[in-house]
Design a binder for this molecule. Structure first.
Ligand SMILES: *Cc1c(COP(=O)(O)O)cnc(C)c1O
Length: 389
């Protein structure tokens, strides 16, 4: 047994974090003003080859703003995935709109053929509006999540959205750094293909600011309004006039200082994660009853989370795997509980949820930090090779 605990996904702060944060403290620019914020926004936009980026308090706040930018109101509905972290859906409820839950495909991202079938058979498209036949509500937008750093089928999503006049919000909170390496969207990063994309810099994400988020768009008007809404919708600096209800969702200079130092290391983090993924993949392939889920072809994933798939013939079931690994000082966890089955969403509309439940029953996330050493990976694999019942 190693002398240390092996966590699932933790921050890696070995670059210039301390230097930049110290500079922010020494110059006494610690709050929402200060040069690091603008710099961080500009560098993110440059990295993701996107027109602009607006920082915010966290990914959840970013998604809330994205829905406002999409014109979603309490009278409307929004299509969302059921297999994701609840923060992707809660903002729909902040606004008071109705979520409609979709299934995933084998990439764990939204099933485009079911999405299309839902729009075709369960809705009516009239006067440029997609109307949900069940509730009579106007479906204005969809939120697609690039689960675990994989890329959703954006060509398919954009085609359906185009056909039915839906705004596309990309929850790219787990997929910063993922891009298409071929095909229609070659060179395009997750979060920059739809109308609005959102990143998160929570502590478990590939880049962290402690807590933070970023709103991305290629549409100037949306970027401008995102900035406005995140800064209390203040339209006059001197006289404090406000033309609508805004939010205090700004990122601080301290957070941005941390983020800039992190961004400098992003490609290194992805390289380490890719190598560890390959190590796991080779070894796990040789263990009967276990497999490691693939990332899609045609993309360069960021390899954020690794998904171990526990087949029925393995000696342990999902929960036993998690408990067994914990006894070996290894942190693992099941995929999130389906959101459509959570208490606050009881009674929400769902459409043919099948695969999401299967994957929920069988997937275990295993250690994937960019701090993880090859020896750690080998130790995790050794444990999985010799399961103790
Ligand atoms: C992390 C995450 C969020 C929310 O980001 P925060 O910065 O923690 O608010 C939203 N959606 C998904 C899928 C996430 O993994």
């Amino acid at each position: 047994m190693p002398d240390h605990f092996i966590p699932l996904s933790v921050p890696n702060l070995k670059g210039k974090e301390l230097e930049y944060v110290t500079h922010a403290v020494e110059t006494e620019w610690v709050s929402t003003g200060g040069p690091y914020v603008n710099d961080f926004e500009a560098k993110i936009a440059e990295y993701a080859k996107c027109k602009g980026a607006v920082s915010c308090q966290n990914g959840t706040a970013g998604l809330h703003i994205a829905l406002e930018l999409s014109g979603v109101t309490r009278a409307d509905a929004v299509i969302v995935p059921t297999l994701t972290f609840i923060a992707a859906v809660n903002p729909v409820k902040y606004i008071g709109a109705d979520p409609i839950f979709m299934d995933c495909d084998d990439s764990l991202t939204m099933d485009v053929s079911k999405l299309n079938a839902f729009c075709e058979t369960e809705c009516e498209f009239t006067g440029g509006k997609l109307i949900n036949k069940t509730s009579g509500k106007h479906i204005k937008a969809l939120i697609v999540v690039h689960v675990f750093g994989n890329m959703a089928d954006m060509a398919g999503i954009m085609a359906v959205a185009g056909k039915y006049n839906l705004k596309v919000i990309e929850d790219a909170t787990e997929a910063m750094g993922t891009y298409y390496s071929e095909g229609k969207y070659q060179g395009k990063y997750a979060g920059t293909i739809g109308d609005i994309g959102v990143y998160s810099f929570n502590g478990n994400k590939i880049v962290t600011t402690g807590g933070g988020g970023m709103i991305l768009s290629n549409q100037e008007a949306l970027l401008k309004r995102a900035k406005h809404l995140t800064t209390q919708a203040k339209s006059d600096e001197l006289y404090y006039t406000h033309d609508e209800i805004g939010y205090n969702y700004r990122m601080t200079n301290l957070q941005a200082a941390l983020g800039l130092a992190q961004l400098e290391q992003l490609e290194t983090f992805i390289k380490v994660k890719k190598e560890n993924y390959a190590l796991y993949k080779r070894a796990i392939e040789a263990i009967p009853g276990l497999k490691l889920l693939d990332f899609k072809t045609g993309i360069r994933p960021n390899y954020w989370f690794y998904s171990l798939y526990v087949e029925p013939e393995y000696a342990l079931n999902r929960d036993q795997v998690i408990r067994y690994l914990a006894s070996k000082k290894i942190q693992a966890r099941p995929i999130w509980g389906l959101i459509s089955e959570q208490k606050p969403y009881a009674g929400s509309q769902t459409y043919q949820i099948e695969k999401a439940r299967q994957y929920w029953e069988r997937v275990v996330n295993i250690p994937c930090s960019s701090n993880l050493s090859a020896d750690d990976v080998k130790y995790v694999v050794e444990c999985l090779k010799h399961p103790e019942v």
